[in-house]
Design a protein around this ligand. Structure first.
Ligand SMILES: Nc1ncnc2c1ncn2[C@@H]1O[C@H](COP(=O)(O)OP(=O)(O)OP(=O)(O)O)[C@@H](O)[C@H]1O
Ligand SMILES: [Mg+2]
Length: 248
C-alpha cells in the first residue's frame, strides 16, 4: 500500500503560555480533498503554518510519501511541492495579476549580471494559467486592487495551484466571499482534485466540507480529536465533535 502523501505526527506548538497545537497527528492521501474543521482558535491556521514552514513545531514530525521531512522555511515547503493560500491572503495590491502570480519566482533570461526578467513569457504563462483553471479575472495585466474579493481569492489559488504543486493548502478560501464567488472557488478546488492534486481545505462551512471533501479531521483546543471519511459522517456529528458536545 502506498503511504499517505503527508503525515503529521505528534506536532505540538506553544506561543508562550498558549498551547496552540497539542500532539496533533493526521494524514492526507494523494488526489483527495482533506478538510480540517474546528472552532475559532482550535489551531487550524497554526497547523497550516507549520506545514508551510512558517512556524516550527516544538515537537513532532512530518512525513511526505513516507519519508521524514522538515521545513525550516516557506521556500523549503514549496520546494517539496506544497503551496499554501493563507487565511489573510497576501497579494500585492499595486502589482498586476501576472506580477502577483510570479512574485518571488520570476522567470529570468540569461545569467548573472546579464539576466533580465522575461516579462512576456510570464504574461503569456499567466494567461495560460488563468485559462486552464477557467478563472474569471479581467486580464492578467489588471492591477489586483481593481479585483473583487472572489477574483483576488482566485488569483491566490491560481498562484498556489498553477505551478507544479502536489498539495495545495487553503485556509478559509471562501470565508469572505458571496454565493457566486464561493461556488467558483469550489469549482476550482474540485478541478484541482480532478487533476490529481491533493487539497487541504480549512473551512468553517460544514455544508461545503460535506460536499467537497473525501476525508475530514476535527480540531478542538489544539488537539486533533477525530478523523472521518466524509461519506461516513454527518453535519450533526461534525458539529458535536467540533463543540465537544455529546451526540444525543
Ligand atoms: N503568532 C501567534 N502568537 C501568539 N498566539 C498565537 C499566534 N498564532 C496563533 N496563536 C494562538 O494559537 C491558538 C490557535 O490559533 P489558530 O490561528 O491556529 O486558530 P484557528 O483554528 O485557525 O482559528 P480561526 O478559525 O479563528 O482561524 C489561538 O489561541 C491563537 O490565539
Ligand atoms: Mg485560522
Amino acid at each position: 500500500m502506498t503511504p499517505p502523501l503527508l503525515e503529521v505526527e505528534g506536532v505540538s506548538l506553544a506561543f508562550g503560555g498558549v498551547r496552540a497545537l497539542r500532539e496533533v497527528s493526521l494524514n492526507l492521501r494523494e488526489g483527495e480533498i482533506t478538510a480540517l474543521v474546528g472552532d475559532n482558535g482550535a489551531g487550524k491556521s497554526s497547523l497550516v503554518r507549520c506545514i508551510a514552514g512558517i512556524y516550527h513545531p516544538d515537537e513532532g514530525s512530518f512525513r511526505l510519501d513516507g519519508e521524514p521531512v522538515r521545513f525550516e522555511t516557506a521556500q523549503q515547503s514549496r520546494a517539496a511541492g506544497i503551496e499554501t493560500v493563507h487565511q489573510n491572503l497576501a497579494l500585492v495590491e499595486d502589482l498586476t495579476v501576472w506580477q502577483n502570480l510570479f512574485l518571488n519566482r520570476e522567470l529570468v533570461r540569461g545569467i548573472g549580471p546579464l539576466a533580465w526578467l522575461n516579462r512576456s513569457e510570464m504574461k503569456s504563462r499567466a494567461a495560460d494559467m488563468v485559462a486552464r483553471l477557467s478563472v474569471n479575472v479581467p486580464a492578467v495585466t489588471a492591477r489586483v486592487r481593481r479585483l473583487s474579493g472572489g477574483q483576488r481569492q482566485a488569483v491566490a489559488i491560481l498562484r498556489a495551484a498553477g505551478f507544479s504543486s502536489r498539495l495545495v493548502i487553503m485556509d478559509e478560501p471562501t470565508a469572505a466571499l458571496g454565493v457566486r464567488e464561493t461556488s467558483r472557488v469550489e469549482d476550482l478546488i474540485m478541478l484541482l482534485r480532478e487533476q490529481g492534486r491533493s487539497v487541504l481545505l480549512v473551512s468553517h462551512n460544514l455544508d461545503q466540507v460535506t460536499r467537497l471533501s473525501d476525508q475530514v479531521w476535527v480540531m478542538r483546543g489544539g488537539r486533533c480529536v477525530a478523523g472521518r471519511r466524509t461519506a461516513e459522517t454527518t453535519g450533526e456529528e461534525l458539529v458535536a465533535l467540533i463543540t465537544g458536545a455529546k451526540l444525543a
